[in-house]
Design a protein around this ligand. Structure first.
Ligand SMILES: [Ca+2]
Length: 382
């Protein structure tokens, strides 16, 4: 085990540890990997490290108490440049500030364990879900019975077909067709919440057969109030094309996102991917970046916010539940949600590569019977 010291933060030197930094046996490595919390560390010089840490808690001295905060309840820790204050964003949306002098952070990376002194750390983000690749929900709509929609990520975020939503043939086997205002796929609030997530990626494949007002493909919210994210492809309003976009909610009345001109032609399959990484909100269509909005300074790095009772609607708007034109008319397939920001390379692979690594023809036309599956694992950031 080695301690990362001042002026030794360059990736070249870190990589140089590779040959000597496999101290544990294979069994011990597996135990650490199973138990460790995924984290991303931003250092004072701006470089970023990803890995897992076996650290369970951090002491924080506030003006009123000394707290031993479980790291699994923390979304983000920020240190001010003079190290006089630390700010803890918790997964329930609370923020605590105080004085914090923890021991060096043990970080298990691709090449073994290093110790990162906290005086080098500007920001630490924690990903409490702990699944490989951060996949939190995956709907393929294949081989299912009744109205149940199975979450293939293993996270238990199952959904249900509502109203007239029904399974139909797609280039990826089966998907869900939506034709009625009262129809959608529902993942209820008690099943999935994105509150407190530091990062997010959502992906969906769809085909529109007719335009409605918003083209709201993925929508979190409860009646009258939006949730952690929303993704629209656009529609028609007053006879004119209506914009689409991807946005995230970072506070009760604070959303960040971008609007883009309606991009979906009728009758053609697309894949849309929305990403939030704390710094920017991005929208990709068919693997290519189409918009990017920087998060304002005062909101930068904030975790996602949403209220209790926030559902996920797939195929219609979750907030205007009584309106008759906020659904889509079309077909949806391959919905995936990750609790981390996928890189541009990973998004390209998500679009073009299936789990076995075989290449697919780029759309259009849609490939016949072999859509990409979400990859079970991802290479670490280089
Ligand atoms: Ca499918």
């Amino acid at each position: 085990m080695r301690t990362l010291r001042r002026n030794t933060l360059c990736p070249v030197l870190l990589a140089g540890l590779a040959a000597v930094a496999w101290p544990q046996s294979g069994r011990a490595e597996a135990e650490v990997a199973e138990e460790g919390l995924p984290v991303a560390v931003t250092l004072s010089d701006g470089s970023r490290l990803r890995g897992t840490t076996p650290l369970r808690s951090v002491d924080l001295q506030t003006t009123y108490a000394e707290l031993d905060l479980p790291l699994a309840k923390v979304a983000r820790i920020r240190f001010d440049p003079r190290r006089e204050q630390a700010s803890f964003d918790l997964i329930n949306g609370d923020t605590l500030t105080g004085v914090c002098f923890p021991p060096p952070l043990p970080l298990d990376m691709l090449f073994g364990r290093i110790l990162v002194p906290f005086e080098h750390i500007r920001e630490l983000r924690v990903f409490p879900k702990g699944r490989p690749g951060g996949l939190a929900l995956h709907f393929t709509f294949e081989e299912e019975k009744g109205n149940e929609v199975e979450d293939r990520s293993g996270s238990g975020h199952h959904g249900v077909l509502v109203g007239e939503a029904r399974r139909v043939e797609t280039p990826g086997g089966q998907g869900v067709q939506i034709t009625q205002p009262s129809s959608h796929v529902l993942v209820p609030a008690e099943t999935l919440s994105v509150r407190g997530w530091s990062e997010l990626t959502v992906a969906v494949r769809f085909r529109l057969d007719r335009y409605t007002t918003y083209g709201r493909v993925l929508s979190r919210g409860r009646e009258g109030r939006g949730g952690g994210f929303g993704l629209s492809v656009g529609g028609v309003y007053g006879g004119r094309p209506y914009h689409g976009g991807f946005s995230v909610r970072l506070g009760p009345d604070q959303s960040v996102g971008d609007t883009v001109p309606r991009y979906a032609e009728l009758g053609r399959w697309y894949q849309a991917v929305g990403v939030y990484d704390g710094e920017a909100v991005r929208l990709y269509v068919d693997g290519k970046l189409v918009s990017s909005t920087d998060v304002p300074d005062k909101l930068r790095g904030k975790p996602l916010h949403e209220d209790d009772g926030t559902d996920l609607f797939i195929g219609r708007c979750a907030t205007r539940r009584t309106w008759r034109d906020t659904h889509i008319v079309g077909v949806i397939d391959e919905v995936a949600i990750f609790d981390r920001a996928l890189t541009e390379v990973e998004i390209g692979e998500l679009h073009h590569t299936d789990g076995d690594g075989s290449r697919l023809e780029p759309p259009p036309p849609p490939p016949p019977h072999s859509w990409p599956r979400v990859m079970p694992r991802f290479p670490p950031e280089g």
